[in-house]
Design a binder for this molecule. Structure first.
Ligand code: CA
Length: 528
């Protein structure tokens, strides 16, 4: 061993005392011959170079023996693996998915946690009681055909009108690829339609949404937003329905008349939005969607456990936390059904995950299609290992209810909610927006510049190395947990306070740079 490798203290973490693997913490990994000095792996000598975030065998493993991480099997050894070896995905067989029959239903009663009183943030209170964290004008659209016109209208509104209305945070064109050329009555088509409807009702839009349509499309405005679907409005507007501009109207002569019509229609909405002020509201008004993307082996060691601790704090404060990502919880289904608050909630979990199994089956894949090359390079061997690190984001509360994709939370749906969505970052984010999310918390280990235009996204890095390189993209560094600087509990509290600050108007890095991804609808129905 040379002086360079002697200079760093080798560090590994084991998630559970029963685990027979540990994760290498050091930047750049650890070289062959490293003596791992501390704690769980006294005197262990590495037989291979082990990259950062990857697993090292703590004991000799026999062929077929379970590789235990988080005290659950994340794979089975394909061959004998001596202690000190690097365990990568080519040495493991993935455990089979748990059948959805015979699961423990609402069998675990999580200990009641002490309520958190007196915590508040500054938000925009809507007529329906929901609370926005941003004050945005949304232009919803029925079909992709209008997207180019809406983009130009939004640019004009930003340039000409927004300076007149300083209390409005921005203008959002809700662009998407749906609306025509689709089998609109096919099973599953209701998912993209209700997703668009419910995004229009997101608390950050204050009920002032406008609808821009083409005229001849399948998704007509009254199907997107049927009469009475605007409970967020006051009675006057409920009667009138949402304000609409139809590009094929005879009144439009030339392109500029369409743009002018949209810009002028925006004015009255901006006036009402501009009159709103933030006011002090209880933390119970938080609706936080949690998600991970670009995950590595540290996701389940640092950032996701911190998010889980934060999730428990939000539940204790009376708020709502949504966790999602079907393929990343599927391998932990019995942990979910057992933690359901009631047998009905457990059945709802089984229904949603069973539907998703069938959806994947129709495409001739299964949950193992989830892991990416980056996940594997980051030390996640397979979806079972990724799932165990992902589900920690949900914390330890009982699961109080379940949302189908595109569903919107009802006012009484508080606590920990399983919003069943695909794990794809943009699709999950889009569906959580539809559910009524007002702050998004997103963890990443490999790094992604992810953002949403409709809602602030707090990004949490799993590793100090990523947080250092992406210092102006990551809002928090949970890698300090692996570095031994802070505990999971301290990180959870820090994140919770940051969420309250962001809900009150503090900008995230993604907002600072105006970074955002497109809305991406989940459409399981055919395209025509
Ligand atoms: Ca994701």
């Amino acid at each position: 061993m040379n002086n360079t490798t002697q200079a760093v203290t080798p560090r590994v973490v084991r998630m559970h005392p029963a685990d027979n693997v540990a994760i290498v913490v050091n930047d750049g990994g650890l070289p062959t011959g490293t003596v791992v000095p501390q704690g769980v792996a006294d005197g262990l000598v590495l037989r291979d170079k082990v990259p950062q975030g990857h697993k090292v065998a703590l004991t000799d493993l026999a062929p077929g023996q379970a590789v235990m991480r988080y005290n659950v099997p994340v794979g089975y050894a394909r061959q004998a693996i001596p202690a000190g070896s690097w365990i990568h995905e080519r040495l493991l067989d993935i455990p089979p998915a748990r059948a959805l029959q015979g699961l423990p239903m609402a069998t675990v009663r999580p200990a009641r946690q002490e309520p958190l009183e007196g915590l508040t943030f500054e938000g925009y209170v809507n007529a329906d009681g929901s609370v926005g964290t941003r004050n945005l004008l949304a232009l919803t659209t029925t079909v992709q055909c209008v997207a180019g016109v809406v983009k130009i209208a939004v640019e004009r509104i930003e340039r000409e009108l927004l300076p007149l209305f300083p209390n409005v945070d921005g203008v959002v064109g809700l662009e998407h690829t749906y609306g025509c050329g689709v089998a609109i009555d096919a099973p599953g088509a209701e998912i993209p339609i209700r997703t668009l409807r419910h995004i229009s009702l997101n608390p950050n839009f204050g009920g002032e949404v406008m609808v821009v349509s083409l005229g001849c499309e399948k998704l007509q405005p009254d199907r997107l937003l049927p009469a009475g679907s605007f409970p967020i409005h006051d009675a006057r507007e409920k009667d009138q329905g949402p304000d609409g501009v139809c590009l094929q109207d005879d009144a439009h002569v030339g392109f500029m008349s369409m743009v002018e019509h949209i810009v002028q229609s925006a004015r009255s909405h901006l006036e009402r939005l501009n009159a709103r002020r933030r006011q002090t509201v209880p933390a119970s008004a938080l609706v936080v969607g949690v998600q991970c993307g670009g995950s590595d082996a540290f996701s389940g060691v640092t950032a996701n456990p911190a998010v889980g601790f934060m999730a428990d704090l939000i539940v204790r404060a009376g708020g709502t936390v949504m966790f999602s990502e079907n393929t990343e919880v599927r391998d932990a289904v019995e942990q979910l059904t057992s933690r359901a608050a009631t047998p009905q909630v457990a059945e709802d979990i089984v229904r949603e995950l069973g539907w998703y199994d069938q959806y994947l089956d129709r495409g001739q894949v299964d949950r193992t299609a989830n892991t990416t090359p980056g996940n594997k390079a980051g030390g996640l061997s397979n979806i079972a290992e990724k799932a165990m690190g992902s589900i920690i984001k949900s914390g330890s509360s009982a699961i109080s209810s379940v949302l189908a994709p595109g569903d919107k939370l009802k006012p009484d749906q508080k606590g920990l909610v399983f919003a069943a969505t695909p794990a794809s970052d943009f699709i999950c984010g889009t569906l959580q927006l539809a559910a009524g999310m007002n702050v998004h918390v997103f963890t990443t280990g490999r790094g992604t510049p992810y953002g949403l235009q409709a809602c602030p996204v707090v990004k949490v890095a799993t590793r100090t190395d990523l947080a250092r390189r992406w210092h102006d993209l990551m809002d928090m560094n949970a890698g300090r947990i692996a570095d031994g600087e802070i505990t999971i509990e301290e990180a959870g509290w820090e994140l919770f306070r940051m969420v309250l600050d962001v809900a009150s108007g503090r900008k995230t890095w993604a907002e600072h740079w105006k970074l955002h991804n497109a809305l991406v609808l989940f459409n399981p129905a055919p395209i025509t």
